[in-house]
Ligand binder design. Structure first.
Ligand SMILES: Nc1nc2c(ncn2[C@@H]2O[C@H](COP(=O)(O)OP(=O)(O)OP(=O)(O)O)[C@@H](O)[C@H]2O)c(=O)[nH]1
Ligand SMILES: [Mg+2]
Length: 430
């Protein structure tokens, strides 16, 4: 699929790098671009002269799609469509992002989220489409000739049905998180701009390739954490156990991107829950990019996290294999206000990963020390082995008729171990 890019900015020069990457991620080959610096034109978004230029560019290149890196109103799409060769589709940044998400959505949850986002995108446009469809000259414009008020009701009821189903998935996930916490795991989420290297880092930190112990129970989980040099490789969440002394589960998440309208973010809210409900967030940054770009992306990530995140954030400067030491120091200094005390690693090459695991261990909420004196009962040894699984056991001392266990664990694990200990039944002496 070939395409040309169009981008309008109010001032300065238009940067088309990201939209080109997005187009590529959706499967397009970008043949050319047109940019313009001016205020928005109500009818065409870009200037009328620019539209004429676009028309001849489309004719010359023979593309079937034009991608705008702007938000286009339905009337603007309609008007532009009338000026360029017939049957050429005009899409904007948000339709493109939805398109990518739609292609990547593998799990039921991801599919529902995409569907929800599409419906939310469409809802405010229904009116415009109805009135456009009524215009005689293009009765079947965008195949939407049959639009009417009932379409709006339809969309609204579909939206509420999807929201219900998503809420029930979110509940299952919340339940799963609680179970994991109770069995002593700390939850660490990898967050960051798309293509920063989150999935690569997840694989580097993971103890094993098995997705997680609960895989069978949770068919909604994605089974792989693929990496690829394209935007939005990861849409669902993948959870793996980290290769660390402390029991840590790492979750990979959907990448952030700038300039996402709230209805889209809203649709992916339950995916972001993995980030918001974590005990620690690793904010992964691609340090090989130009500093201005890094800064903008970090700000976008902070904005996305800002509202609901409560966990401490550790900034991870990833891809240090791609920069030299001087450059790294320079960027570290330039980012010091935004990202104090970052850890610099290369997920791909495995550089400095130990410093990162040390840091994760240090920044997680501290474990509490506990000491239990257990009577020698039938289930005593199974409780000791449960403690080995769910806590950091420091010492076990066996006496004639009791066992002393010293360990450190999360408060919830300590509570459960106490209640288990109180349930130990001492065999009646013969
Ligand atoms: N040079 C270098 N490249 C890396 C490193 N880590 C990841 N990459 C590359 O960066 C690209 C993106 O990596 P991913 O792990 O897919 O990134 P992501 O953050 O999961 O991306 P999304 O899932 O799309 O949000 C891939 O081509 C990786 O090979 C690194 O440490 N050094
Ligand atoms: Mg990924």
């Amino acid at each position: 699929m070939n395409t040309v890019i169009v981008k309008r900015v109010d001032e300065g020069t238009a940067d088309t790098n990201e939209i080109r990457d997005l187009a590529r991620a959706a499967g397009y080959t970008v043949l050319d671009e047109l940019t313009q610096t001016r205020t928005e034109d109500a009818a065409y978004h870009i200037g009328e002269g620019k539209v004429a230029e676009l028309s001849s560019l489309v004719a010359r290149t023979g593309v079937e799609t034009v991608i705008f890196d702007n938000r286009l109103g339905p009337y603007q799409i309609y008007n532009i469509g009338r000026e360029i060769p017939e049957d050429v589709e005009v899409i904007d940044r948000f339709t493109l992002i939805l398109d990518i998400f739609g292609q990547r959505a593998q799990t039921r949850k991801a599919q529902l989220q995409v569907e929800l986002a599409e419906l939310r995108y469409e809802l405010p446009r229904v009116d415009a489409k109805v009135s456009l469809a009524k215009r005689e000259e293009h009765p079947g414009f965008m195949g939407l000739g049959e639009y009417d008020e009932s379409r709006e009701r339809d969309i609204k009821s579909q939206i509420s049905r999807i929201k219900e189903e998503l809420a029930s998935i979110a509940e299952t996930e919340e339940h799963r998180r609680e179970e994991r916490r109770e069995s002593g795991f700390d939850l660490v989420a990898l967050a960051g701009y798309t293509n920063a290297g989150k999935s690569t880092l997840l694989r580097r930190l993971a103890a094993d390739l098995a997705v997680d112990e609960n895989e069978d129970l949770h068919p909604d989980l994605d089974t792989t954490a693929e990496s690829e040099d394209r935007l939005f490789t990861t849409l669902g969440t993948t959870t793996r156990r980290a290769d660390m002394e402390r029991d840590v589960l790492l979750t990979d998440t959907v990448g952030f991107i700038s300039d996402l309208p709230h209805w889209l973010v809203e649709s992916f809210r339950s995916t972001l829950d993995e980030v918001y409900r974590a005990d620690l967030v690793l904010l992964v940054v691609d340090v090989s990019e130009p500093i201005e770009e890094i800064r903008e992306k970090v700000v976008t990530c902070h904005d996305t996290l800002y509202e609901r995140n409560e966990a401490p954030i550790v900034t991870v400067l990833n891809k240090i294999d791609a920069v030299d030491e001087a450059e790294l120091e320079e960027k570290r200094a330039a980012l010091s206000a935004l990202a104090p005390d970052p850890v610099a690693v290369s997920g791909k090459e495995g550089l400095n990963v130990e410093a990162l695991t040390d840091r994760i261990a240090a920044d997680l909420p501290p474990l509490r020390e506990e000491r239990l004196v257990l009577p020698m009962a039938e289930d005593t040894m199974s409780l000791v082995s449960w403690l080995y699984d769910n806590a950091c056991v420091e010492e076990v001392t066996y006496d004639a008729d009791q066992v002393l266990v010293e360990f450190a664990a999360r408060p919830s694990v300590i509570e459960r171990s106490r209640s288990k200990a109180s349930e130990l039944t001492i065999p009646e002496s013969a």
